[in-house]
Design a binder for this molecule. Structure first.
Ligand SMILES: Cc1cc2nc3c(=O)[nH]c(=O)nc-3n(C[C@H](O)[C@H](O)[C@H](O)COP(=O)(O)OP(=O)(O)OC[C@H]3O[C@@H](n4cnc5c(N)ncnc54)[C@H](O)[C@@H]3O)c2cc1C
Length: 467
């Protein structure tokens, strides 16, 4: 067990001297806000919220925490879905929200240099003005880039482009003793020794605090179109996902929606989609640099869908129509939350096992008497199962929910999948890690954690237990 120091008035005065009294808060309002993210995990208030503006301030704050053995939990926008930014041991909630400048968009190297508190929607807006694209696009656009990097966030474009890790070329980070390091750079290649940058990406604030990032950009394709395809059965829709790829079309997005999700989105938005009467739908995003290229790929994708059991293929070729379909897709988490208390599993399986995962998830829903709406990034194998109580008696919900999560994770693992495709383990899913990777790998991870953070002050209690 690790013992932690107390955050005394003297320490608070030191923190105020670094960032200014107005950026150190223990008002009940602030403690409440910084105690939660978007997951179902119960609140864990910090003792104090500290908001630095510069890397040197982060370093000074963490040096104090190291000296006094005070836990530090880095926080971005707190939109995480696994409790990763909950300060479970109290201490300092280190909010990076004021470090929110886009420092540079380097058109010669195709890289952006950003502070961690920049919101992903702001980077998208600025790069797109220059005809450039930062491909990772997690559905929650108010998430911060520091949070995206620390969870290795994904999003709808993962299928074609990959995830956040694939676009992080360099990081400035503050180690748990306050030392500042730079890893990587404006480099396309780097074979020098161990990849510390890859350890920090996805480490959920447990190894270091990210204070700057160099991110790779790509030219933005000039044309896009979306197909919305209803299917006669969930199985047909799910099987079509890998068939489209086998036929050499790689959409930038390939999302799976069961009818339940379509109806929920329509109700929430008070709008109608082109069709809502079929068991399942695919939303297929095609892009290219010429209209002909987009049209050819649309045609092939449409043909494959019809061959596989699609009943129609609605084409959205104007920005406005595409926006309407994306709005329906992107509102789903909020829509489900508006009507039910929900939890979720964001398993990822090999793309061609998606039909088996969806079938398994639907079976679990029937057996347990709850709603399991499995939807999302089918193109990269990462579907989200949103779990809601439905008609289940209140007293049965907590144990049933736990059993449903376990079964869904077991199904994913049995198909060669992973517990989390993009949200991270945080607090919510850490208990399943050994089940996936085994004790040997968890012990290696513990050794890495101890090497970075011997006092276990960085976001303690996340990803796995240190023992
Ligand atoms: C409606 C909705 C849709 C979503 N859709 C997606 C999606 O499609 N894909 C996806 O991947 N996620 C999605 N998410 C989850 C969430 O938006 C992402 O996990 C995002 O990366 C979190 O960013 P954040 O700034 O909110 O981080 P936070 O929640 O504040 O923190 C997340 C983790 O990162 C750590 N952290 C934050 N900043 C730093 C830093 N500077 N240095 C070190 N550690 C840090 C925290 O300690 C914590 O462990 C969605 C969430 C919602 C609510």
């Amino acid at each position: 067990m690790y013992e932690y120091g107390l955050l005394t008035q003297q320490i608070r005065r030191e923190l105020e001297a670094i960032v200014g009294a107005e950026n150190v808060s223990s008002s009940s309002d602030d403690l409440e806000k910084h105690a939660i993210d978007e997951s179902l995990e119960p609140p864990h208030p910090p003792h104090v919220v500290v908001k630095p503006r510069r890397t040197l301030e982060v370093s000074e704050i963490i040096k104090i925490a190291y000296r006094e053995k005070i836990p530090v939990t880095p926080q971005g926008s707190r939109t995480g879905l696994s409790g990763g930014s909950h300060p479970v041991q109290g201490g300092i909630a280190l909010s990076l929200e004021r470090m929110n400048d886009i420092l540079e968009i380097d058109e010669e190297n195709l890289m952006a240099v950003v502070e961690p508190g920049v919101l992903i929607m702001d980077l998208h807006e600025e790069t797109e003005k220059l005809g450039l694209l930062y491909p990772p696009d997690p559905g929650q656009e108010s998430g911060s880039l520091g949070g995206n990097i620390s969870t290795n966030a994904g999003g709808v474009r993962g299928m074609k482009y990959g995830v956040t890790r694939d676009f992080v070329q360099g990081l400035e980070a503050v180690l748990p003793n306050g030392e500042i390091i730079n890893v990587g750079g404006k480099l396309v290649k780097d074979s020098t020794a161990y990849s510390l940058i890859d350890l920090i990406i996805g480490s959920e604030g447990t190894l270091a605090t990210v204070t700057k990032a160099i991110l790779r950009l790509v030219p933005k394709p000039r044309h896009t179109a979306l197909l919305y395809v209803p299917f006669e059965s969930t199985k047909d829709a799910a099987r079509t996902v890998s068939e489209i790829v086998r036929r050499k079309v790689v959409p930038f997005a390939l999302e799976y929606l069961p009818r339940h999700a379509v109806l929920t989105a329509e109700k929430y938005l008070n709008k109608t989609l082109p069709d809502n009467s079929h068991p399942a739908y695919l939303l297929i995003g095609i892009e290219g640099n010429s209209e002909t290229e987009v049209e050819e790929n649309l045609e092939t994708a449409g043909e494959v869908c019809i061959e596989m059991g699609g009943v129609d293929a609605f084409v959205a070729d104007t920005a406005q129509r595409q926006e309407q379909l994306w709005e329906a897709r992107k509102c789903l988490f909020d829509a489900y939350k508006a009507y039910w208390e929900i939890d979720e599993v964001d398993a990822c399986v090999p793309r061609n096992r998606i039909p088996d995962y969806i079938e398994g998830a639907d079976r679990v829903a029937q057996e347990k008497g709850v709603i399991v709406s499995t939807l999302g990034h089918a193109g990269d194998g990462n579907v989200h199962s949103l779990i809601a109580k439905g008609e289940l008696p209140e007293e049965e919900w907590p144990t049933t929910l736990e059993a449903v999560i376990e079964e869904l994770i077991d199904i994913a693992l049995s198909l060669g999948g992973t517990i989390s495709g993009e949200h991270g383990l945080g607090l919510a899913k850490k208990r399943y890690l050994t089940r996936q990777v085994g004790e040997t790998q968890v012990e290696l991870m513990r050794a890495i954690k101890r090497a970075f953070d011997p006092l276990n002050i960085m976001n303690p209690g996340k990803t796995f237990d240190l023992l």
